[in-house]
Ligand binder design. Structure first.
Ligand SMILES: [Zn+2]
Length: 368
């Protein structure tokens, strides 16, 4: 089996860490499951094969017993920044693109992540987060769209791309623009929020603003990432199927610039591979599938993607958040699964494909 351990990684989708003392307030397993309820976190998440394997790998790295308490104690004994740097270096991570719209508060900034990790870091701006920040002071829809474009322009020099979580809020099946309904939704939110940004899930508003931001990005050559496929229980998974994006891809707001379908759209993996194969501007990232899909599950996802999508359309990402181990576990899982999925190819061809997916495609697409 080939090994791709020497190829430097670019992680095209992750989130900032929480300060170690804040992260330590939750059970460690909480950071490695999409479930939020206490029962699943306490009784079932620790029995996920991915998590058990993760503890075994971390125990070896930390030189401790392969149990959760031993791993938690060993990591807590290390200086957080030095530990983060060691993990990134060991995993061969060269650069990270960070959606700093989540966690909403209390996380490190993009600059702090670069300094702590000793890596290059660039910002991915979450459209819905910016919209939420602007709604309380927007007196009208026109004022809101003006402010949105002004803020995007101001942020642009430090941006590697935009991201939308509309799949989480109102789904990927967008309605045609309806300014009257959007104006009404804005009035209702402004009143309900009373000056403090809340969670925007008003369909007429998002169905207007997300295409507007995507068009802004396309005109500047910036990719737009879309959450697709699995996530936590906030999500109606039926509406996270990327096939819903067809009207936008066919001559709509997503036909003009690069679009990245995040999380391999799992379980809609083959649908994502198809879209990447037929639309010149559609890419697929494998974050969150790395590291959450255990063992051969991740290799199967890569096999399905590689069966149809050109190698130039696939990107490595982790969806790491809150705790530094996620970056390390995802990188190792991706290298292993790629080696398995590409094992049928001659070695030179397999290495070429792995290098494109782990690094070169991101350099081309995001200019990082
Ligand atoms: Zn994410």
């Amino acid at each position: 089996m080939p090994s791709f351990d020497d190829i430097p990684l670019i992680d095209d989708h992750a989130h900032p860490l929480l300060p170690a003392e804040a992260a330590a307030r939750e059970p460690f397993a909480r950071y490695f499951t999409e479930a939020h309820d206490a029962e699943t976190v306490a009784r079932h998440a620790p029995h996920a094969l991915f998590y058990r394997q993760a503890l075994a790998e971390l125990a070896e790295f930390l030189g401790c017993e392969p149990t959760e308490p031993a791993v938690v104690a060993a990591r807590a004994a290390l200086p957080p920044d030095a530990y983060f740097r060691r993990l990134l270096e060991d995993a061969g991570v060269a650069a990270v693109l960070l959606d700093d719209g989540y966690p909403r508060t209390g996380a490190l900034t993009v600059a702090e992540m670069a300094a702590a990790g000793g890596v290059r870091a660039a910002r991915i701006l979450r459209i819905e987060r910016l919209v939420e920040d602007l709604i309380p002071t927007a007196g009208s829809l026109a004022a809101l769209t003006d402010a949105l474009v002004r803020q995007l322009e101001a942020a642009r020099p430090a941006l590697a791309g935009l991201k939308s979580v509309i799949a989480y809020r109102t789904g990927l099946l967008l309605d045609a623009e309806d300014r009257t309904a959007a104006e009404q939704a804005l009035v209702e939110l402004r009143t309900a929020w009373a000056g403090t940004p809340g969670r925007v899930a008003a369909k007429p508003l998002l169905d207007l603003l997300v295409p507007l931001a995507a068009t802004w990005a396309a005109e500047r050559g910036l990719p737009v990432q879309f959450h697709t496929g699995f996530g936590d229980r906030d999500l109606d998974l039926r509406l996270a199927n990327p096939l819903h994006l067809r009207p936008l891809l066919e001559g709509g707001a997503l036909s003009r610039g690069p679009v990245v379908l995040l999380h391999a759209a799992y379980p809609y993996v083959r649908e994502a591979a198809y879209l990447a194969a037929v639309y010149p501007n559609v890419y697929v990232d494998i974050s969150q599938a790395t590291p959450l899909l255990a063992g051969p599950g991740l290799a199967r996802v890569l096999e399905d993607l590689l069966a149809l999508a050109p190698v130039s359309k696939l990107l490595y990402g982790s969806d790491a958040w809150a705790v530094p181990e996620w970056f390390w576990l995802a990188a190792r899982a991706a290298r292993r699964a790629l080696a398995a999925a590409l094992a049928w190819l001659p070695e030179g061809e397999a290495r070429w494909a792995a290098r494109r997916i782990l690094r070169d495609n991101a350099v081309e697409l995001y200019g990082v």
